[in-house]
Design a protein around this ligand. Structure first.
Ligand SMILES: O=C(O)CCC(=O)C(=O)O
Length: 272
């Protein structure tokens, strides 16, 4: 299910329900033309130097595959803009999926460059109860939006619809028997995908010279703490945050400064 924003970025209650149903059934839903392109341009401009610094510092780790990088964004201008992480429509779908009082746990990017390859098909989180063959309702969501248009050439994310409620083995069996297939998700800058991170997916090669950054804002159920993807919140920002933002960010570390950029990304194990 795809809903196109018209003159307002506020969806009706029934549209929010439809988006929620799509995400429950397919594992994802898409809100077209949702975020301001001007703001996305500002993010891309601010992001490119961070990508280059990251590649210099730890590009040799190659833990997402060749020429593909996971970079956490600093919680500062322009990335600390509540327009993105406190979006009313997105939070309405998020709360329908993972319940009231969710936790904002992740603010990062996945970027394939030329020379990147197909990733192994994976999920982004292990099951909560691996001893069960029955999956649980959603507990971890990724809100993804690209900082450039995503085309068939620049490495669209591919996802197998409806596999989020299956065990990985069962999802892989359906893929191998062609009962389900991987679908490339092409998005324009400004489009947003809300997905259950258990849906089987993979990154694909970017065959162009232009990096393809995809932002991931992570939301978890209210009791789930995921320190491996934390957002470092500067103490001086606390007073500027809304009450809702402080609540969303409650499991994240408060830091005196964001100046220390030397730490290696902690989020190295990502595929399950
Ligand atoms: O191409 C993408 O953005 C997806 C990458 C991905 O699934 C991952 O690195 O876990």
């Amino acid at each position: 299910m795809t809903v196109n924003a018209t003159t307002t970025d506020r969806y009706s209650k029934s549209e929010i329900e439809s988006l929620t149903e799509a995400a429950l059934m397919d594992g994802f839903c898409i809100l077209r033309n949702h975020f301001s392109k001007t703001k996305i341009d500002a993010w891309r401009e601010a992001f490119m130097p961070l990508l280059h610094e990251h590649i210099e510092r730890e590009g040799q780790l190659r833990n997402r595959g060749s020429a593909r990088y996971y970079v956490t964004l600093p919680f500062t201008t322009p990335f600390d803009d509540p327009h993105f992480y406190e979006d009313t429509d997105i939070l309405a779908v998020v709360e329908n999926l993972v319940g009231d009082d969710p936790v904002l746990c992740q603010l990062a990017t996945d970027t394939p460059l030329i020379g990147s390859d197909y990733q192994d098909i994976h999920r982004d989180a292990p099951p909560l109860f691996p001893e069960l063959t029955q999956e649980t309702p959603p507990f971890q969501l990724a809100v993804n939006f690209p900082l450039v248009d995503v085309t068939p050439e620049n490495g669209p994310f591919e996802v197998a619809r409806g596999t989020h409620m299956l065990t990985k083995a069962e999802g892989m069996r359906l893929l191998e028997s062609s009962e389900v297939s991987l679908e490339p998700v092409t998005l324009q800058a400004g489009d947003v995908m809300i997905r259950d991170v258990r849906g089987l997916h993979r990154g694909t090669p970017n065959r162009t010279d232009v990096p393809r950054p995809m932002v991931v804002i992570g939301y978890s159920r209210r009791w789930l703490n995921r320190p491996e993807v934390s957002i470092r919140v500067p103490r001086q920002s606390l007073d500027t945050l809304s009450e809702r933002a402080r609540r969303l960010l409650r499991f994240n570390p408060i830091v005196e400064s964001l100046d220390d950029k030397s730490a290696t990304e902690v989020y190295q194990a990502f595929a399950y």
